[in-house]
Design a protein around this ligand. Structure first.
Ligand SMILES: NC(=O)c1ccc[n+]([C@@H]2O[C@H](COP(=O)([O-])OP(=O)(O)OC[C@H]3O[C@@H](n4cnc5c(N)ncnc54)[C@H](OP(=O)(O)O)[C@@H]3O)[C@@H](O)[C@H]2O)c1
Length: 289
């Protein structure tokens, strides 16, 4: 199969999409981004990306974005959505594209996410069961290093971070490395049908991540564990379905006693070592100052 000459990125202005766009442009591929109307984050995308408006939750609105597309970097920015919506989107994708990369989750890899209540497991199942000619690759990623940006307001306002399970040990991945793996899967052969576990290169507790941020900005930062219920309340208020918040917090609890899985997929697929959390914290230090 030849390299797709035009790739659509969905959820393009989040943490991963701008990196994916850069890697694709560097590989000589035309990039189109599906963006919502009046998206305030369009400035994150590099110059040269074609912008087409559409709402992923309304499959009828994405036809123009898919027109002429040969590859899709598929991200699904919803916790849950009516099952028929994702299937409609997938069927529209298969009519146009020959390759698809799905950003999935480590939770599927370790069997924690049942198909019926999680978007990633559900989407993987849809692709497996409802496509025939599409060459697909799943990126079962651990949490993004960018998730630490959630601590930035507390770091800026006093330097004490209140969150549960500081001892949870994670193999968080640099979102740029995740994007690079996905772009390789779209632009080179040998990745069809692969379910890649994509992780960072090291195991660090949440508290250790915070201390690294502190070292990079030259301030001592403190972690204070709070009860999971406090975080749950905030997550639900921020729009997380309660079951999903419980699942995430249970997973953090599990990681206090059982470290997260790791892999060398970033190096194997891209030929470059995965970036460390310190690399990430240095790049993003200004967000914490
Ligand atoms: N964070 C993690 O640790 C983690 C772990 C495992 C898997 N994942 C997966 O990684 C994916 C990518 O994450 P991310 O942080 O880069 O992005 P994200 O937060 O999932 O998505 C944000 C993007 O989606 C856009 N968007 C929101 N609603 C939309 C709609 N109805 N139609 C079209 N676009 C819409 C947003 O536009 P606006 O800018 O206008 O809001 C923004 O560009 C996630 O979707 C998730 O499935 C994440």
């Amino acid at each position: 199969m030849s390299v797709p000459c035009k790739v659509l990125i969905t959820a393009a202005t989040g943490n991963v999409g701008p990196h994916a766009a850069r890697h694709l442009l560097e590989a000589g591929v035309s990039v189109r981004a599906l963006v919502v109307k009046d998206d305030p984050n369009i400035g994150r995308l590099p110059a040269g990306v074609e912008l087409v408006e559409g709402d992923l939750g309304d499959p009828g609105s994405i036809d123009a974005a898919l027109d002429g597309i040969k590859g899709v970097f598929w991200m699904w920015p919803f916790f849950t959505l009516g099952t028929e919506t994702a299937l409609d989107v997938l069927q529209k994708i298969e009519k146009q594209a020959s390759r698809l990369v799905l950003v999935s989750s480590v939770g599927v890899h370790i069997g924690l996410e049942p198909r019926d209540n999680n978007c990633h497991a559900y989407l993987e199942g849809l692709i497996e069961d409802h496509t025939s000619d599409l060459e697909w690759t799943f990126l079962r990623t651990t949490g993004f290093m960018a998730n630490a940006l959630g601590f930035a307001p507390q770091v800026r306002n006093g330097g004490v971070v209140h969150f549960p399970y500081g001892a949870a040990a994670r193999t968080s991945v640099h979102e740029g490395d995740l994007a690079a793996v996905g772009v390789r899967a779209l632009t080179s052969d040998g990745h069809a049908g692969k379910r890649y576990l994509v992780t960072g290169p090291e195991l660090l507790t949440q508290e250790e991540q915070l201390h690294i941020i502190g070292e990079e900005i030259g301030r001592e930062l403190t972690w204070e564990d709070v009860h999971a219920d406090a975080a749950r309340e905030q997550m639900v208020a921020a729009g997380w379905p309660p079951d999903y918040a419980d699942g995430a917090l249970d997973y953090f609890k599990r990681l206090t006693g059982e470290p997260e899985v790791g892999s060398d997929v970033v190096r194997e697929v891209t030929g470059k070592p995965a970036r460390t959390f310190r690399d990430w914290a240095r790049e993003r230090a200004d967000a914490f100052r």
